[in-house]
Design a protein around this ligand. Structure first.
Ligand code: UGA
Length: 409
């Protein structure tokens, strides 16, 4: 994403990956991930972007290297820095051979302190050079949402540049000069924390409104109206106050766990983060409770699932709220039929046998009851009349069902 979007701003980009297949795809202007408008950019700016598996070729011919590798969770919730380590060592070995300045920018989400205490020593050790003197080091987090990442990159709310040295700071500011958005200049760790705190706060908003939502549902209040009313207050803001069955994806769950783990390891009790996660864990199962209100024994009943991805416009199922729901349905002996416009192939890897995957959303309507898990646009066009629908994502059109229950409304 960084490569493609900077190519659009006329920078010459060389992407490096150890995966030959991804490299070939980029060189053939095919996006290795499902992401709106990415392939179009790869095609339109193909003169500006190429990919290679060769670090030497990339670093010899460039001035800045962005580290954009994944930082997945370890079993205990802490972040796994293996890919950061591997890439930092490879970059350092190339910096060693250079007789000019090169900047390394960490873009991956890493726990505060990582660039300074983990990446910098690796770069120095394997290059034999000094950070801030012989080469530059910076941290430049991204705030992109999957599915609309191109748009988020091109129209950011702010740009955060955490730099070890003034020269790197100035060069990075030049890269982003055409964005005409506020640039926040910080040190390395502050930039890293801005990213974590932002994701954590967004997840807090969702968990908070979900808790308010469950109380609203009990009283018979429409949580969405409550969110609208709150959102007009500039201090609160309406965004990320859509209640439902909670947050998933590759970022919030991993980042909250990592911050919680880091706090605990350092003897700080993460009271708030702990409870944001707890609320999110119970939230999807509310759908099953609501389902049982209408079909008390779901054993051998056919339950239709609309949506498997963690949100619309992506094929990503990581920490999707569909997973705990499917798990529970299987445990209770329900027969599951499911449809998702993009995520079936990924979900099939998790559940190859216990789910009947449908070719279109209409097939799912033939079930005894329907659970809406992801708010894909096409689910708004279905005819729900005469059905039992339990809605986790507020598809207003489903209210026409014979029995309709919303998660928090
Ligand atoms: C999130 C952040 O929004 C990005 O700013 C950040 O850059 C990114 O993580 C990252 O760290 O890389 P993303 O995971 O793509 O982006 O997805 P979001 O659009 O934030 O949605 C996350 C989850 O929250 C989804 O499951 C979504 O359904 C849920 N959500 C979102 C709600 O339940 N209610 C809302 O009001 C908003």
């Amino acid at each position: 994403m960084t490569g493609a979007c900077l190519a659009k701003y006329n920078h010459k980009i060389i992407c490096v990956d150890i995966n030959r297949e991804k490299v070939d795809m980029i060189n053939n202007q095919k996006s290795p991930i499902y992401e709106k408008n990415l392939e179009e950019i790869l095609k339109e700016y193909k003169e500006n972007i190429k990919a290679t598996t060769n670090y030497e070729e990339a670093i010899k011919n460039s001035e800045i290297t962005f580290i954009c590798v994944g930082t997945p969770s370890n079993n205990d919730g802490s972040i796994n820095l293996d890919y950061i380590k591997e890439s930092a060592i490879e970059i350092a070995k190339q910096i060693k051979k250079l007789d000019r300045w090169h900047i390394v920018v960490v873009k991956s989400t890493v726990i505060p302190g990582t660039s300074e205490k983990f990446v910098k020593p690796l770069l120095e050790k394997y290059s034999g050079k000094k950070a801030g003197i012989d080469f530059g080091l910076a941290m430049n987090p991204e705030f992109l949402r999957e599915g609309v990442a191109v748009d988020d990159f091109l129209h950011p709310d702010r740009i955060v540049i955490g730099a070890l040295d003034e020269k790197s700071n100035e060069i990075l500011k030049k890269i982003y000069k055409d964005f005409s958005k506020p640039i926040i200049e910080t040190n390395l760790s502050e930039a890293e924390m801005i990213k974590y705190a932002s994701n954590c706060f967004l997840a807090t908003k969702i968990s908070f409104i979900n808790e308010i939502g469950t109380i609203c549902k009990l009283i018979g209040i429409d949580t969405y109206k409550v969110a609208d009313g709150m959102g007009y207050d500039k201090r609160i803001c309406r965004a990320f106050l859509n209640s439902g069955i909670g947050w998933g994806g590759s970022c919030f769950p991993k980042d909250l766990l990592a911050l919680k783990n880091y706090a605990e390891k350092n003897n700080i009790k993460p009271y708030i983060i702990e409870n944001i996660i707890k609320r999110n864990d119970v939230q999807p199962l509310i759908l099953i409770d609501l389902l049982k209100k209408h079909i008390p024994d779901i054993k051998n009943k056919t339950i239709g699932i609309l949506g498997l991805s963690f949100k619309p416009n992506t094929d990503d199922i990581r920490y999707s709220r569909s997973i705990p729901i499917v798990k529970k349905l299987i445990k209770e002996g329900a027969k599951i039929i499911a449809y998702d416009p993009q995520a079936i192939d990924n979900f099939r890897k998790l559940y190859p046998d216990q789910i009947t995957y449908c070719n279109d959303s209409d097939e799912v309507l033939k079930s005894d009851a329907i659970l809406i898990i992801t708010e894909w646009d096409e689910f708004k066009k279905l005819d729900y009349t005469g059905k039992i629908v339990i809605d986790g994502r507020r598809i207003k059109e489903a209210e026409k069902a014979k029995i309709y229950e919303g998660a928090c409304w």
